[in-house]
Design a protein around this ligand. Structure first.
Ligand code: AMP
Length: 592
């Protein structure tokens, strides 16, 4: 398959901000793709080579990328650096530098997707001393034969700056349309994706073996299952109503969610975002080998503890464990324990279709057979009364937890889904004026005065699951320390785009726009109607959306969350309605 076909599609996609048009371009592309390339094309359109959990990156240093462009375009490095300063993107730099060399007419060997992908793969797999030089040679070999338009995308891939704004859901829609002619089949594909976390594998199975094969896709060890997520409730009474009178109530520990995959002596750990994090927790990995099951997939929360007192410590402590070097010292200085709360697979069989009650029994049985001291089961009680939940909640908070998780006893494990089968009741929700929300940063205003050279305010959006859009709900400018301001300015630079992102909807004008990537936690005094924000637009009143009043950053960057895990528009509506119930005097209009 000609690489230029991919390049053409990408160029068209960059021009559009309509999700329907994006889907349509993908459908056309999938239809033209040979079956044995479908998985690779699926990864490439999302700027990847493999599914995320493989953790494979190309790892070419920026200065090497600039040197590769200099070599291939025949310009000196300082000229290339000047173009880079001007464009701010290595792909655009390559495109520009190569055009002025007139490389349109010079390229010789035809560029195929196979060749480009295989070379990328070699770049990613080259490690060790001298690897940067080898990587540079591979990149140059491609650039030397590429047209400027191809060179532009090659470098965007290599540097991970391809921003086509294609979400998983859009790819699933396009696959359903391209191979079955019916978007309704997306649900079947989504189910398969939820248990495999591998869009490329689902695409290939569909294209080669059809929908029935996709339906029978099974859980596989060492491919993470997309986690089941919880809705929030405001008090124990609401939780009990949602649970139809009987529920499992558990400590909600404030740590990091971990999915353990174990087959005999091999153990891998995956984060909530499906990254492999085995190296962060060698102690948990080692302890997991002592679980008496040949093969298992378990879920739990890793929490930092004070070894002297056994007290749980806040989530921030775990940051010290996220490092490449000095892991051994970190393991000693920042001890953790893991509290398991689910079992999804045991000795050759998926368990996600069992009820929660049965999964918990199974989990207890597996752990009884013998484990390491640092592995526990999360404390749980079965409640039939609101007061029982309240009491358990008080004891959870006393023990350093964030609150409680309340789970429907007869619910299956709904991979990748957020729903009311699991609900969370957090300490801060008890104060109706102080809900926290996890929101995506989509834009910013430049700072003035003390904040010159930083951002003065960030534009935040909630997630609209139905339309797969991010709709603005607030600007936030308070709660930031000087370090935060520095950190945000640096981190967000990677996500700057030239115009509002195709999946972002807002009535606000911003100085800078970002690709929706970074999620932060904010707290607000209340939710009000707003003419300029678009979250829940027209849902409460025609022409108005909902917005936060007096929003404040809590200091917590939710890098464990994907943008699609942000607080949803429906949740914002639910919060607004609850607030009306408890505080009927709530203002109804503002121009936040
Ligand atoms: P949140 O991150 O606020 O949406 O809350 C959900 C998260 O709470 C999960 O993803 C887990 O990381 C964490 N958690 C803590 N304790 C439990 C528990 N007992 N059951 C399920 N999740 C838990």
């Amino acid at each position: 398959m000609d690489f230029s076909l991919l390049v053409e599609t990408f160029e068209q996609m960059e021009q559009t901000s309509s999700r329907l048009a994006l889907t349509d371009h993908l459908v056309q592309l999938f239809k033209k793709t040979p079956v044995d390339l479908i998985d690779k094309i699926t990864y490439l359109i999302q700027g990847k080579l493999y599914p995320d959990y493989e953790g494979i990156e190309m790892g070419l240093a920026e200065r090497m990328a600039l040197r590769a462009i200099a070599n291939s375009s025949g310009k000196n490095l300082s000229k290339i650096e000047a173009i880079y300063r001007e464009t701010g993107d290595i792909g655009d730099t390559a495109g520009k530098a190569m055009t002025s060399k007139g490389q349109e007419t010079l390229f010789s060997e035809s560029m195929t997707v196979e060749r480009v992908y295989n070379t990328f793969d070699k770049i990613a797999r080259t490690t060790g001393p001298g690897s940067q030089d080898t990587k540079l040679r591979y990149v140059s070999s491609l650039l030397n034969d590429a047209s400027p338009r191809e060179g532009r995308y090659i470098m965007k891939f290599v540097m991970g700056s391809l921003r086509l704004g294609i979400a998983d859901y859009t790819v699933l829609d396009a696959l359903a349309l391209a191979f079955t002619g019916d978007k309704a089949n997306r649900q079947i594909l989504e189910n398969a994706y939820n248990v495999s976390s591998d869009l490329g594998a689902v695409a290939k199975l569909l294209a080669s073996k059809g929908l029935e094969a996709v339906k029978s896709l099974q859980i596989t060890l060492f491919k993470p299952i997309r986690p089941m997520l919880a809705e929030r409730v405001i008090n124990a009474g609401e939780a009990m109503e949602r649970m139809e009178g009987k529920a499992a109530v558990e400590y909600k520990l404030d740590g990091e969610r971990v999915q353990i995959h174990k087959a005999h002596d091999r153990v891998e750990l995956f984060s909530r975002r499906l990254e492999k994090i085995t190296n962060h927790y060698p102690d948990v990995t080692k302890a997991s080998t002592s679980i008496k099951a040949k093969e298992a997939i378990l879920e739990g929360e890793v929490v930092a503890v004070n070894q002297q007192t056994g007290e749980y410590l806040p989530f921030q402590e775990l940051m010290h464990r996220r490092r490449k070097h000095g892991v051994k010292e970190a393991v000693e200085s920042y001890p953790v324990v893991i509290n398991l709360f689910d079992i999804l697979y045991l000795d050759g069989k998926g368990k996600i279709d069992l009820s929660y009650q049965d999964r918990r029994k199974l989990l207890t049985r597996v752990l009884k057979n013998g484990t390491d001291q640092m592995i526990n089961i999360v404390p749980q009680m079965v409640a039939t009364k609101v007061e029982e939940i309240e009491q358990f909640m008080a004891s959870a908070i006393e023990n350093g937890c964030e609150g409680v998780m309340i789970k429907h006893l007869s619910s299956t494990y709904r991979a990748g889904a957020r729903g009311y089968a699991w609900v969370k009741l957090k300490r801060e929700y008890q104060n109706e004026l102080a809900d926290t929300l996890d929101l995506v940063i989509v834009g910013a205003l430049h700072g003035r005065g003390r904040r010159v050279g930083k951002y003065g305010a960030l534009l935040l959006a909630s997630y609209d699951h139905n339309e797969d859009m991010f709709r603005s709900v607030s600007k936030v400018g308070t709660g930031f320390t000087d370090e935060h301001l520095e950190q945000f300015y640096k981190e967000l630079e990677k996500h700057i785009i030239h115009q509002r992102h195709a999946r972002v909807d807002t009535g606000m004008e911003m100085d800078v726009w970002f690709e929706p990537k970074m999620v932060i936690e904010v707290i607000a005094s209340e939710i009000t109607l707003s003419p300029s924000h678009t979250a829940a637009k027209n849902a409460i009143r025609e022409g108005y959306g909902l917005a936060l009043r007096f929003p404040k950053f809590t200091g917590r960057i939710r890098d464990d969350k994907e943008p699609e895990d942000a607080t949803t528009v429906e949740e914002v509506i639910a919060m607004y309605k609850r607030q009306l119930k408890v505080r009927p005097e709530t203002r109804t209009e503002t121009d936040v």
